[in-house]
Design a protein around this ligand. Structure first.
Ligand code: FES
Ligand SMILES: [Fe+2]
Length: 443
């Protein structure tokens, strides 16, 4: 039995080290977080045509996502209802239906069991084919981004994203939509799934230190941070956290900061030209953030950097391992030359062999594996930076920490994490809708 109260101290901003490796905690996470939250599947741009499919994961469950004949999207657990073999072995493709490789049961794009070899001869009338379709998973999309959920009591995807959409809309909608460039690169890291999520959701503190050598080598405007020689000046950025632990750290006007000189100039021009359009399409307040660098996570395991233009899912593979899926994100209306530049820059920085990705991976693996030692494991993790400085953001209604470097969104992530692990169902979580801000603000 996991004592959740002993794991996360919201008031003091600390977490027990066990959360990075304990098998019982991991089991509870799979049930109460991955079993209840909206989990990223794919984007419209990856499966545009009827029969396009992609295979991914929801927690440890393998899922097949398929574009339907009516233009909609359905998702199914990728197993055969006969003896449980995998139905689709490819990572992605286009098909008219799906045939299990074991005995040849064949399913339609809509998951219905359509044919069984020698059905009449070998089964007679025994088989109830209409009850033996592939098991469907609830899916919804927001601005073309598709997510799946195992829990039918969960709120809609739009409500789950909640006020955090105020920030998502800036890049998902500000200039007419965003898209992903795939297929995703896939890689294995030997770390707990939360180590990259917390890093992406709120850690600007590590940039000048962990990435010192990479920043110097890249030579862009952020190289002034290398070796922790300078702190970003006051007003350089903020931290945001929202109802269900989604968060973002923002560095103003730094969207092109990790790009090469010419690529960066092209991107900077794009952001400058489009800022007035964003103001018109969304609001002046949102346009203020357009062209900033976002480091962000959508609870539980989906992260993105807008500006460095990577979009990632950290799929758990046991408490000590993850499989990372990495796409490039671009704004749909960017000229092709800029999309290509953004993609090159993303691969150089946060691709599987990217310079900054490799820097980060070392930390994540050590945080996971070191904490298993019984003496080291006894302590707590600290995320107290900026504790008590945050307030409610009048523009977006999220909680805002007023500096570029702080741990506000760490604390918001772990507040939500604790809530999911404690609550027995979504009703209990909903009942806390009016109180979560007080919890975080220690009111
Ligand atoms: S397990 Fe799929 S057809 Fe038998
Ligand atoms: Fe990093």
């Amino acid at each position: 039995m996991v004592d959740v109260n002993s794991l996360i101290d919201v008031k003091n901003g600390t977490q027990a080290k066990r959360i990075f490796w304990d098998a019982d905690i991991y089991k509870l996470e799979l049930e109460q977080i991955f079993g209840r939250c909206w989990l990223f599947l794919t984007h419209d741009s990856i499966i545009p045509n009827v029969g396009d499919f992609t295979v991914t994961f929801m927690g440890e469950d393998e899922v097949l996502v398929v574009r339907q004949r009516d233009g909609g999207v359905k998702a199914f657990l990728n197993y055969c209802t006969h003896r449980g073999a995998r139905v689709v072995n490819a990572e992605a493709g286009n098909a008219r239906g799906f045939t299990c490789t074991y005995h040849g049961w064949a399913y339609g794009l809509d998951g219905a069991l359509e044919s069984v070899p020698f059905e009449k001869e070998v089964y007679g009338n025994v088989l109830k084919k209409d009850t033996l379709g592939m098991k469907e998973v609830r899916v919804e999309s927001y601005k073309g981004f598709w997510y799946g959920n195992f829990d039918h009591q969960a709120p809609s995807l739009a409500d789950y994203l909640g006020d955090y959409r105020w920030f998502l809309d800036i890049w998902m909608d500000g200039t007419g939509g965003a898209e992903l460039i795939g297929p995703p690169a896939r890689s294995i890291l030997k770390c707990n799934w939360k180590t990259p999520v917390e890093n992406f959701v709120g850690d600007a503190y590590h940039v000048g230190w962990t990435h010192a050598a990479s920043l110097k080598a890249l030579g862009g405007p952020l190289s002034v941070l290398a070796g922790n020689k300078h702190l970003p000046p006051e007003g350089a950025g903020v931290q945001i956290t929202s109802r269900h632990g989604h968060g973002v750290g923002i560095l103003f006007n730094a969207a092109a900061a990790l790009m090469g000189k010419e690529e960066g100039a092209m991107a900077t021009q794009w952001y400058a030209e489009n800022q007035p359009k964003v103001a018109k399409r969304l609001s002046e307040a949102q346009a203020k953030y357009y062209g900033s660098h976002f480091n962000a996570s959508i609870f539980p395991n989906n992260s993105y950097l807008w500006g460095t233009n990577t979009f990632k899912v950290w799929h758990p593979r046991g408490p000590n391992q993850i499989e990372v899926f990495t796409w490039t994100i671009v704004e749909k209306n960017m000229p092709q030359a800029l999309k290509d530049a953004v993609r090159r820059s993303m691969l150089r920085t946060f691709g599987t062999a990217g310079m900054l990705e490799s820097d980060d991976s070392d930390n994540m693996e050590s945080m996971t594996n070191l904490n298993r030692g019984p003496h080291i494991a006894a302590g707590v993790l600290n995320s107290q930076m900026g504790l008590g400085n945050e307030h409610e953001d009048p523009e977006s209604s999220n909680i805002i920490g007023p500096s570029a470097i702080g741990e506000t969104s760490y604390r918001g992530f772990y507040r939500a994490y604790r809530e999911f692990l404690k609550a027995k169902d979504w009703d209990e979580i909903r009942a806390n809708n009016g109180n979560w801000k007080n919890e975080l603000l220690n009111r």
